[in-house]
Design a protein around this ligand. Structure first.
Ligand code: UDP
Ligand code: MN
Length: 292
């Protein structure tokens, strides 16, 4: 047992020679090629900040082969999840609650039992500095939601894969649905004592700062906003919906007068990574195609 523990705790080099803890992972989800763009920038931002855990993306069958090839140059592991073909109890939960399709897909992260602990990040998040310290937290750790701080925001959370927990979550989904129709409502009613039980499970807000919330406590934003470690582009306008001018390094704000200064700078960061590190991956594939 001691030998096994020793090996598990020893980081192993990945393809690029980085040392990684092999039984812990950062996990995201993309159910289509559009959300893959977000996953790619997130994965690249984790790499840029020398993440020491494995990078995993869950995809559904809708994700094209081209995107899978590109994802594989950023992520260590691509795992296809398919609600319809999955084990019977998932199938049942899905049939009873078809409106929770993407939500139930996100819950698949609990089935990654080859990892002892994981950090889930929405595909619309961007990492601004190393966040490996999150692995010292326990399930279920998350940051308050800016719209209702007694609920956690489910865009960033620490969890422990377990088929038992997965089954209980699906049972909860079948019996109670979700009060907001999505994963956040379901997870908050399942981990219902989050707001009061253990302050260690409250992640600091800088691990899930929403880029487009108008923070009404502006002195706090001035004081702490610059120490943000994870930005979350939550809501309907995602970074990939904007146009970007690589010459100026800035997104174009056509008619969208409501975009604030700090939101613009986060969008520019996202697009900077997309332009510098993700678009060239498409170019490489085109060149490989031309040579064969
Ligand atoms: N998602 C996806 N495909 C979709 C919608 C959502 O893959 O069509 C995944 C993706 O990882 C996304 C997460 O589910 O980041 C949660 O959805 P979203 O971020 O759009 O919700 P919000 O954070 O804006 O509430
Ligand atoms: Mn999100």
């Amino acid at each position: 047992i001691i030998v096994a523990c020793f090996f598990d705790a020893t980081p192993k080099p990945d393809r690029r020679g980085f040392l990684k803890v092999s039984d812990q992972a950062f996990v995201t989800l993309a159910t289509n090629d559009v959300y893959c763009q977000g996953a790619l920038v997130l994965g690249q931002s984790l790499r840029d900040h020398r993440a020491t855990r494995r990078l995993v993306v869950l995809v559904t069958p809708q994700v094209s082969n081209l995107l899978r090839v590109i994802l594989s140059s950023v992520f260590d592991e691509i795992i296809e999840v398919n609600l319809i073909d999955s084990v019977d109890y998932i199938h049942l939960a899905f049939l009873k609650r078809p409106e929770l399709g993407v939500t139930l897909t996100k819950l698949h992260c609990w089935t990654l039992t080859h990892y002892s602990k994981c950090v889930f990040l929405d595909a619309d998040t961007l990492v601004l500095s190393n966040i490996d310290e999150l692995f010292s937290r326990r399930e279920l750790s998350a940051a308050p939601d800016p719209g209702w701080p007694d609920c956690f925001n489910s865009g960033v959370f620490v969890f422990q894969p377990s088929l038992e927990t997965h089954g209980l979550l699906l049972q909860h989904a079948t019996n109670h649905g979700s009060f907001d129709g999505a994963d956040q409502g379901l997870l908050n009613s399942f981990f219902s004592n989050w707001s009061t039980a253990d302050i260690q499970k409250h992640l600091p807000f800088i691990y899930n700062l929403s880029s487009n919330t108008a923070y009404t406590y502006s002195p706090a934003f001035k004081q702490f906003g610059s120490s943000a470690k994870v930005v979350h582009f939550l809501g309907s306008s995602k970074p990939w919906n904007y146009k970007y001018d690589p010459q100026t390094g800035s997104v174009l704000e056509e008619g969208s007068g409501s975009v604030s200064q700090h939101q613009t700078s986060f969008l520019n960061l996202w697009w900077g990574i997309y332009h510098r590190s993700i678009l060239p991956l498409y170019e490489n594939i085109r060149h490989e195609d031309e040579q064969t």
